[in-house]
Design a protein around this ligand. Structure first.
Ligand SMILES: Nc1ncnc2c1ncn2[C@@H]1O[C@H](COP(=O)(O)OP(=O)(O)OP(=O)(O)O)[C@@H](O)[C@H]1O
Length: 685
């Protein structure tokens, strides 16, 4: 093409909107280069089938709305998208560069204004306006936000269910102040936020208890359950209490911590016996139906319970929240526990973050403040809260943020670092990392994969656990091959190896590139193989740790479960046959029984090696030593929430591995953005 022709074309592009051919071609090309999903293109085709004369800008908006869902955004915000199209749409995607032959969204949208886009969408028969009787239209435009109808419905359902629950007052024990005093006797915090949280959660059908790691969310909820169960047991009608978490791993962790907390509670044993210790996943609780998005429990077949506690609520996505609220009986209490500052779920929506907008400031109305002070016998004046009112801060009246970490005090580097990152203060975070006084945090500058410091960090050094220890455990504790398959030594061995593996985890931000999951997994397996710790560096080999990436109900495995391949003795299938050593993948049962199940590797189709794991996948887990490796280039995925979540996965040691200077600072300065209408529904004036 001559220069003149190119100039003509550019001039043309600057004044005209993309036509149908341009949009369809673009969507097709973006799918081919992996920028959009086939699913996004299928939506365009579906809309074209419904309306063959659909406006190109409507089809483009629909494809981008669907694309945004894949990035956790519930809707497409037209104005925000046009303000900075490539960044808002995260295109080109992670690990890809803009190529000469692939057009960027900013080029395609150059001539489009938000007003014009909204005008075209409003005029389309594919787009409904909220409140209008246009049930058959697949897209909804609310203000500047375009939704697929299903997600708009989820937002409406969540908001209206919460409004109803917030208006419901539950009956309280007669002598609430005395009971709270007894349950929180010996408290040294003033005010004691745990006591206040317990009081608020007792009075309503919905409440949120948020707080960072070790702030006592579990401790508080166990006391709350004792408070609620006491009078019910006395009346001979114990409450049906259920505990749940979004993933199997999170459920297993809560099972463990709640067991200890209940055991140490000084209450009537008859009441203690009626507090459950078992935690289920939300999918199990609601009853997943195979091959559908629906659940066995819904408004027509509600859950049979009086109290539901959901831990790690930051991992609940919008669709799950809508389904959960739908399945709850109206007069059941729902208590969400979680850390609002953590990364949200991978799926669309950042429900806990959206609902906790006022948690930091408090925003209690005069009435709530008086009620809290009277119930708890404590003054909350002077605790730095901002005033609020019931009309504009409805949700805040049932939300408490726990502010004191009992696990990470002033002398804890992990606690200090997490707080500095949360404040988006990179200079303070760097200072803490460099401060030799903190023995629980370290920073490493990694020059490349061949850096000896990198290898010793991965294997374990300076008293910090690495991957060598679980492999040594695997070799040294291996039962004799003569031990019968029925002997519990095989299960004991597998449990020890799994527990040893759990002590260390490499976390990373990205999937692609040498410092993403894929590159790191290959590199670490290669290193362990070269050191004689693994028999093979790829395929199925003994010692391979794997992460389940999709729920598999037939195998009883949940997304996020971690197993390790081990050669164990298998029972003979037929009489007279010899028992043999076979490679099986050992998974913890995650039901509090400390049992192990063994699965044939060939049955595991949705697993990946997990020497390295994305921070997203690590939510709900905790490791004695967590090592966060940052990549050598900036990415929109590197946010302060991601760094905060990684730091708070560490229970004893946190290490930061940097491959280029400045990336950590850039990440800590960048907050996550999730577009949704839920936050606006609950935002103050
Ligand atoms: N009021 C308190 N006084 C003393 N110790 C406390 C108090 N509350 C909690 N703890 C202790 O602090 C630790 C963390 O408490 P808990 O497990 O309840 O926190 P959490 O917020 O649920 O933690 P996470 O979600 O990070 O696991 C526990 O060892 C617990 O016994």
């Amino acid at each position: 093409m001559s220069n003149d022709m190119q100039l003509d074309l550019l001039a043309d592009l600057s004044v005209t909107e993309p036509d149908l051919d341009a949009v369809l071609h673009q969507v097709q090309q973006w799918v081919e280069v992996g920028w959009l999903r086939a699913l996004d293109r299928a939506l365009v085709q579906f809309l074209l089938d419904m309306q063959p004369h659909a406006e190109p800008l409507v089809l483009l908006a629909a494809a981008l709305t669907s694309h945004q869902l894949g990035h956790g955004h519930v809707c497409l915000d037209l104005a925000e998208t046009l303000h900075n199209p490539d960044a808002s749409l995260s295109l080109p995607p992670e690990g890809q560069q803009a190529g000469h032959d692939v057009r960027l969204p900013s080029e395609l949208l150059r001539t489009v204004t938000a007003a014009r886009w909204a005008e075209v969408l409003s005029a389309s028969s594919l787009v409904a306006r909220p409140g209008a009787d246009q049930q058959n239209r697949p897209l909804i435009l609310q203000d500047s936000r375009l939704y697929l109808r299903r997600y708009w419905n989820y937002e409406r359902q969540v908001s209206s269910a919460l409004r109803e629950r917030l208006a419901t007052r539950m009956s309280l024990p007669d002598n609430l102040p005395a009971q709270l005093d007894a349950l929180f006797a010996g408290s040294r915090q003033h005010p004691d936020w745990q006591k206040l949280a317990c009081a608020l959660a007792a009075r309503g059908a919905f409440s949120i208890i948020t707080g960072g790691p070790g702030t006592g969310k579990t401790t508080t909820v166990v006391r709350l359950l004792a408070l609620l169960q006491g009078p019910a047991v006395e009346a001979g009608q114990p409450l049906r209490i259920h505990l749940a978490a979004p993933t199997g791993k999170a459920a297993a962790r809560l099972t463990e911590s709640i067991g200890g907390q209940i055991g140490s509670l000084q209450i009537d044993p008859a009441v203690r016996d009626q507090i459950p210790r078992e935690v289920t996943t939300l999918h199990r609780l609601l009853g997943s139906l195979p091959d559908t998005r629906r659940f066995r429990h819904h408004a027509g077949n509600p859950l049979a319970l009086d109290v539901l506690v959901v831990d790690e609520a930051s991992m609940i996505d919008l669709e799950m929240m809508a389904c959960l609220l739908d399945a709850l009986p109206p007069r059941a209490r729902l208590i969400l526990l979680g850390d609002k500052d953590q990364l949200a779920s991978v799926e669309a929506g950042a429900v806990l973050g959206d609902l906790c907008r006022d948690a930091e400031a408090g925003r209690y109305s005069e009435e709530t403040r008086r009620w809290l002070e009277q119930a708890s016998g404590q003054s909350i004046a002077g605790s730095g809260l901002e005033p609020g009112d019931d009309r504009h801060h409805r949700l805040a009246q049932q939300t408490v943020m726990l502010r004191h970490s009992h696990r990470f005090g002033a002398d804890s580097g992990i606690g200090q670092l997490a707080r500095a990152v949360n404040r988006a203060d990179p200079a303070a975070a760097r200072q803490i990392l460099s401060d030799q006084r903190y023995g629980d945090i370290r920073q490493y500058s990694l020059s490349g994969e061949r850096d000896p410091a990198w290898a010793s960090l991965l294997l374990g050094s300076d008293g910090l656990p690495g991957y060598a220890s679980y492999l040594q455990q695997l070799q040294e504790q291996r039962p004799s091959p003569q031990q019968s398959a029925e002997d519990p030594v095989w299960e004991d061995w597998a449990r020890q190896v799994l527990q040893a593996f759990d002590r260390f985890q490499v976390l990373c931000a990205l999937r692609r590139g040498p410092w993403g999951v894929e590159g790191l997994n290959q590199h670490i397996a290669g290193l362990l193989h070269r050191r004689g710790l693994l028999p093979e560096p790829s395929g199925w080999y003994e010692g391979r740790p794997v992460l389940v990436t999709r729920n598999d109900y037939s195998l009883g495995l949940m997304n996020g479960d971690i197993g390790i391949a081990l050669r164990i003795r298998e029972p003979a299938l037929q009489p007279g046959e010899q028992e043999r050593l076979m490679l099986r993948v050992a998974f913890p049962r995650n039901d509090g029984s400390r049992g192990v199940r063994f699965v044939l590797p060939s049955r595991l189709t949705e697993v990946e090696t997990v020497f390295a794991m994305t921070v997203h996948k690590s939510q709900g887990s905790e490791f004695a030593h967590a090592l966060l490796v940052l990549p050598d280039s900036r990415s929109p995925l590197l946010t302060k929430e991601l760094v905060y979540t990684a730091i708070t996965r560490a229970s004893a040691h946190f290490s930061l591995g940097e491959t280029r200077s400045g990336i950590f600072e850039a990440a800590v300065s960048q907050p996550v953005r999730r577009i949704s209408g839920l936050a606006l529904d609950w935002a103050g004036p």
